[in-house]
Design a protein. Structure first.
Length: 614
């Protein structure tokens, strides 16, 4: 049996599909296939049970009472007006009607149907199931009845767990572990599946996404864990913040909001599940009270400071609208005050996502450099190495790469050493005076190592700042695609992408160590989108054997983020300094100008370090 799911894409986001002739032919009477006792008219809490899966799954039930609380294109939500006393059993359920239902909100109904556990994405998906009734008949007993009161979630209602999503399951959470809504976030929200839920004075902890979703905290964030200075919620090693709740526009429009904006008063919806998350489908468009956060800017570098930044350009290619180039140019020339050097990620080839074999990106870069000049910035130069076609991951056909954008009017120059290509590895060697230099510049770091399969290869470049040598390694490590969601079927979530990043960290660490073995005071910078927070195993591997200092990890916790994912603010972009540099005076900053805002030129915040090099 297949049917639609309240999804992220499409004009109405709720697509209908075929229920199947077999279901249509089912009798309306209650039948059982064994001797187990099944209520002839079970209540919704009997169907939901105190578990992720219904104890009545696959059974036909009849005359299930409920009040219609919300309606969509292929079904409706119903809730029992006479709840039991067990908070672990939900009183709400989605009723799948195949086509547009004829009931309306506030109808009292009796439902005949088959109890089904629908898993979006199919049987092998990592999503949880949604317990539902696939209706064979719906009888309206009365119109205009009072709606069951909404369950208030938050400090003055049902308080979700504050740190734990799931800590007692091993494998499939639907068949292992203890169902514990009081301690496990995944069980807490499951116990409210399909019910009317309310949040009071919700505050946005992430911008509204392109899918119309906004992560929020109830009651202005009262009682929540570590908040950012701008109102977000910081992801920490042992706290994935289950107090977050995502509100969704599946049933009504949701205004565009930034971090710190609020929905005053009470927001009510029905709690559902899709795309790896429990979501509150609001039934009325909320009002917005703006938090008025401002985009940050970096201070200009002084004459004796070398300024280096890292920035993710968000799959930039020549087909992007001029406004994107202008926005990135303003970010570089304005907000970052034209740093001497930038390690850039997600620069696509000249044909962008067209999968036509193009790998050169000179047109992309030329358009960006021209935009920076038009924004009042300096004349930048560029170095990179084109990848092999479709070998570095990212958007198919896009051939994203890392590269160096640098200016030469303040004392910086690039040391060109020919021979670097997509497959030839760079090495550090003694320059004859006991100092390390690169064999290739630019050159790729161990590009044929399996750690870089379908992922961006690091780019090493040698620079001179007023005659002093600096070796910079630009990175964009493997993304988190393919990992299990936090609220997924398998607990603890399986994170295969982390295994690859761990291998990538080892490769980069070995390269830095080989450089420092030649000259322990070598001035080395590792920078880029490492796709892992400061407390992760790959970052620890990178720093443990190299002496590299992760500058993001030294910031106060409430400033420690470059990215916001579903309301979890976290550091993915890093600048790390070798001991020879970390001993010098430096000033580091994450420039919060994208991650907190719906209107973004990139979904990452840039970061910048200003060094007084010897």
């Amino acid at each position: 049996m297949t049917h639609s799911w309240p999804g992220r894409r499409g004009a109405n986001r709720l697509l209908a599909a075929t229920l199947g002739a077999a279901l249509a032919a089912l009798p309306l009477s209650v039948t059982t296939s064994n001797a187990e006792s099944v209520p002839t008219a079970p209540r919704i809490h009997d169907i939901q049970g105190s578990a992720h899966l219904s104890p009545l799954a696959g059974r036909q039930v009849g005359q299930v009472p409920g009040v219609v609380t919300a309606v969509t294109g292929n079904g409706f939500w119903a809730q029992d007006p006479l709840p039991d006393t067990n908070e672990a059993t939900s009183e709400g359920i989605f009723v799948f009607t195949k086509s547009s239902p004829t009931v309306v909100v506030a109808d009292s109904v009796l439902i005949d149907g088959v109890v089904n556990e629908f898993r979006p994405g199919g049987a092998t998906s990592t999503n949880l199931t949604r317990t539902e009734l696939d209706a064979t008949a719906v009888t309206v007993a009365a119109h205009g009845v009072p709606l069951p009161p909404a369950v208030v979630v938050g400090p003055h209602g049902r308080r979700p767990p504050s740190a734990v999503i799931e800590d007692d399951a091993a494998g499939d959470v639907e068949t292992s572990g203890t169902f514990d809504p009081g301690k496990d976030g995944i069980d807490f929200y499951e116990s409210l599946e399909g019910m009317r839920v309310a949040v009071d004075d919700a505050v946005a902890i992430g911008p509204r996404s392109q899918f119309g979703e906004v992560p929020v905290l109830p009651e202005g964030g009262a009682g929540a864990a570590v908040r950012s200075r701008r109102g977000g919620l910081i992801l920490r090693q042992a706290d994935a913040n289950p107090e977050r709740l995502i509100v969704d526009d599946a049933l009504t429009s949701i205004p565009s909001v930034n971090v710190g904006d609020r929905f005053p008063g009470r927001s009510i919806g029905v709690l559902d599940y899709s795309f790896g998350n429990f979501k509150l489908f609001l039934t009325a468009t909320p009002q917005v009270a703006t938090g008025d956060i401002a985009r940050e800017s970096a201070r200009p570098a002084r004459a004796d400071e070398f300024a280096m930044a890292t920035a993710n350009l968000g799959n930039l290619d020549p087909s992007d609208p001029p406004a994107k180039f202008q926005g990135l140019a303003q970010e570089i020339a304005g907000s970052l005050n034209s740093p001497d050097l930038l390690a850039l990620q997600e620069v696509q080839d000249n044909s962008g996502p067209d999968n036509d074999g193009t790998v050169a990106a000179d047109q992309t870069v030329a358009q960006l450099i021209a935009a920076i000049s038009a924004a009042g910035g300096p004349a930048y130069d560029w170095r990179s190495i084109p990848p092999q076609n479709n070998a570095d991951g990212g958007e198919p056909g896009g051939n994203i790469r890392v590269g160096f954008l640098f200016r030469t009017d303040r004392g910086l120059s690039f040391v060109d050493r020919p021979g670097g290509d997509a497959t030839t590895p760079v090495a550090a060697v003694d320059d004859g005076t006991g100092h390390a230099r690169l064999t290739l510049s630019p050159g790729r770091v161990d590009p044929l190592n399996p750690a870089w399969a379908d992922s961006r290869k690091p780019l090493a470049g040698e620079f001179l700042w007023h005659g002093g040598r600096v070796i910079v390694i630009a990175d964009h490590w493997n993304s988190k695609g393919g990992d299990d969601p936090l609220y997924g079927r398998y607990q603890p979530p399986r994170l295969p992408s982390g295994t690859q990043r761990q291998a990538q960290a080892k490769v980069v660490a070995d390269f830095v160590a080989s450089t420092r073995a030649i000259d322990k005071n070598a001035q080395v910078i590792v920078a880029g989108d490492l796709n892992d927070p400061d407390f992760s195993a790959p970052l620890k591997t990178l720093t443990a054997g190299t002496g590299l200092r992760d500058l993001a990890a030294e910031l106060p916790v409430d400033q420690r983020y470059t990215y916001d994912y579903e309301g979890n603010s976290q550091v993915l972009d890093h600048i790390l300094l070798s001991p020879g540099l970390a001993r010098l005076p430096y000033d580091y900053d994450i420039v919060h100008m994208n991650a907190d805002f719906t209107d973004q030129v990139s979904d990452h915040d840039p970061s910048i370090v200003r060094l007084r090099l010897g």
